[in-house]
Design a protein around this ligand. Sequence first.
Ligand SMILES: NC(=O)C1=CN([C@@H]2O[C@H](COP(=O)(O)OP(=O)(O)OC[C@H]3O[C@@H](n4cnc5c(N)ncnc54)[C@H](O)[C@@H]3O)[C@@H](O)[C@H]2O)C=CC1
Ligand code: BAL
Length: 492
Amino acid sequence: MSDLLTQAEYQAIAQDLDFPRTAFIDGKYRAGSGATFMTINPATGKDLAEISGCNTADVDFAVSKAREAFEQGHWSKRHPSERKDVLIRLCKLITRNRRELAVMESLDSGKPILDCETIDVPETIHCIKWHAEAIDKIYDQTSPTGDDAISMIVREPIGVVGAVLPWNFPLMMLAWKIGPALAAGCSVIVKPAEQTSLTALRVAELAHEAGVPRGVLQVLPGDGPSVGEPLGLHMDVDMVSFTGSTETGKRFLRYAADSNLKKVVLECGGKNPAVVFDDAEHLDHVAEHVVNAAFWNAGQNCSATSRLIVHKSVKAPLMERIEARLRDWKVGDPLDPGTHIGALIDAEHCKKVRGFLDKADQGEGAFVFPVIYDVSKDDPKARDEIFGPVLCVIETASNDEAIEIANQTDYGLAASVFTANTRQAIRAARDIRAGTVTVNCYGEGDIATPFGGYKQSGFGGRDNGIHAHDQFTELKTIWIDLSDPTSGDHVG
Ligand SMILES: NC(=O)C1=CN([C@@H]2O[C@H](COP(=O)(O)OP(=O)(O)OC[C@H]3O[C@@H](n4cnc5c(N)ncnc54)[C@H](O)[C@@H]3O)[C@@H](O)[C@H]2O)C=CC1
Ligand code: BAL
């Protein structure tokens, strides 16, 4: 915190930024063959940079370069400790350029600079470093065999990976994908969300400077139909790792079915409950977690708490505390280090979010003030992913009913439960169908814990932890016959 600059100092950095404007393909910036598009500062509505977009021809070219690099083996077959060294050099370069990246991220996404400086950039570095440091410590295995054979189970990099990213955490989601994929030895083609291409392009340049060979990390800006779809349908892409809406996630399953059955890993939406039982203690602490969980990043977070399911006996004192805390959350200029809630990502998303709000709560321009609604469990606000600073409160008469309501959703990404009773906490954690359940706190776990969803929140694997490494590798069995072929008891 003490390291933060003033609003004027951030504005001065913003003035001097040199934005990347083209794709990063085969080790250099080069113009795409698609339509150019403007990347906009959502907080001001003003143009930041005109980006040269990509299309199918660029995807084909990038995939051929990614495949060439993979087969040459300068990265994929390099000793894991050497890949580690290069990725750690990349982390040092990101650290050296952290201020530029934080301001670029804030300008392009509308995120508060406070978050970019203290969460997005440091977590990006931490994630890439964690996977880099893990990669030369992962052992392959042997399986139990008889004396006449040995069977090795080895993991190999899956090959050419398409990483299709959302706009809500442009740097962090980049790191969640490229950290484990590059550490494993894959070649990665990143498609950033069209709203937020800048920091991914800059990181690709830094990766090249750090020693990641040409073709191993490429970034292709453009919209879904121009770049995401040809990547998803490409016959020579081995895997797509996607984070974004459930609807687009399902498209990638269709693309895989219509092409080469590439592996697809999806991290999609959520309608995540915080369940507060009748015996919940320390309501100040509960309120702190609920406010952070619901309103951080303006609620544009797949794991945001968007439903507060609270027992009627504790509802009034808890809501009083939540509302008091929320009064301290400043909404406004993302480059002001005192701001907690910046701009929503774009006009289209603002329209979607406002469509759920009562007229008096709709705010102006790109800014939506945090809002809390008492709703029934069947209200559309309590059912649909709003992806804005909106918390729906559902009162319950019993703890069992609370769990039932928590599970009444097509999603299953994250949940939290607040109770003083350990048995009840663990019972609830077991009973809620979600990929992450936190007890007496809210969080996504950390880099060592897998992150992903049940039901329509996820498919095919998990981000983070060693489980992410598993995503980007294929399992191979190598079976070696040790029997003496001349002995007569050889079984083949
Ligand atoms: N992590 C999450 O759970 C996220 C959820 N969302 C949800 O999705 C809603 C819509 O936001 P969008 O930006 O439209 O999300 P989206 O899921 O459409 O976009 C995510 C990525 O997929 C790409 N994409 C879009 N259409 C595609 C297509 N036809 N083929 C291939 N790639 C495609 C986009 O260009 C972007 O890179 C939000 O309101 C929010 O509810 C949005 C972003 C992240
Ligand atoms: N919160 C991590 C992933 C996401 O929101 O897209």
